[in-house]
Design a binder for this molecule. Structure first.
Ligand code: BG6
Ligand code: MG
Length: 229
């Protein structure tokens, strides 16, 4: 039997979101969108940015355009070009990443999960997920990686987390999902997993357990939270 088993409850896998959980690429997405938005004459703040986290590239663009009252202003081809422009900026930002860009405590957590034989999955809405994981030098820790290319439905739909659990051959109820996004926490809950939120308490209030930063995301803390439920 893998993992812990107390009173029939068992932890078999931890499935991580990438951007804003393993590394601070959520900030890079924010910077790149903000620059594009300003070019379009739209300004947005960090509170609005919470609604973009975990959301696909095109959907993020649609939300920004809607905020600026510009929903019908561009053709599909123009929107594709705008999204492409944002992504080129984002790719420049991630090209400079190194293993030093892992958020505090994340490497220790990945190591400890491996040591405890708990499976590790990645569930990222980003088409750049593989590049980021490679730049961080942590590919070897993941038993499965599910990215935007492998699923039909975006978060908050549970598909990406359920696909990860299926590939890890574990029941969703034995999984912890870790997210920094409202849409991501909703996806984890809809997948019937234990949801851990990293970041703003108010934004992530649907989560089962919330930490302010990844420094608090220790193996002991998450296992304790999971079994307390
Ligand atoms: C998610 C981010 O992980 O990936 C979103 O939280 C981003 O901000 C989405 O829009 C899609 O990423 P990409 O790299 O495919 O544009
Ligand atoms: Mg995220």
């Amino acid at each position: 039997m893998k993992g812990f088993d107390i009173m029939n409850k068992q932890l078999n896998a931890v499935i991580f979101d990438l951007d804003g959980v393993i590394t601070d690429t959520a900030e890079y997405h924010f910077i790149a969108w903000k620059q594009l938005a300003e070019q379009l004459g739209i300004t947005f703040d960090r509170a609005f940015n919470e609604q973009l986290k975990g959301v696909s590239r095109m959907e993020s663009l649609e939300r920004i355009l809607a905020l600026g009252g510009q929903t019908d202003r561009y053709t599909m081809a123009e929107k594709e070009a705008l999204a492409h422009q944002k992504n080129e900026h984002y790719k420049q930002l991630i090209a400079r990443m190194t293993p030093d860009d892992l958020l505090p405590g994340m490497l220790d957590l990945l190591r400890e999960l491996k040591r405890q034989n708990i499976k590790i999955g990645l569930a990222s809405a980003s088409k750049n997920a593989f590049t980021v994981i490679e730049r961080l030098g942590i590919r070897e820790y993941f038993d499965t990686i599910v990215d935007a290319a492998k699923v039909q439905n975006s978060k908050p739909h549970p598909e990406i987390f359920l696909t990860a659990a299926e590939q890890l051959r574990v029941d969703p109820s034995t999984c912890i999902g870790v997210e920094d996004a409202q849409a991501g926490v909703a996806a984890i809950k809809a997948a019937n997993m234990f949801a851990i939120g990293v970041g703003d308490k108010e934004a992530l209030k649907e989560a089962d357990y919330i930490v302010e930063t990844t420094a608090d995301l220790t193996y002991d803390a998450i296992v304790r939270a999971f079994y307390r439920e």
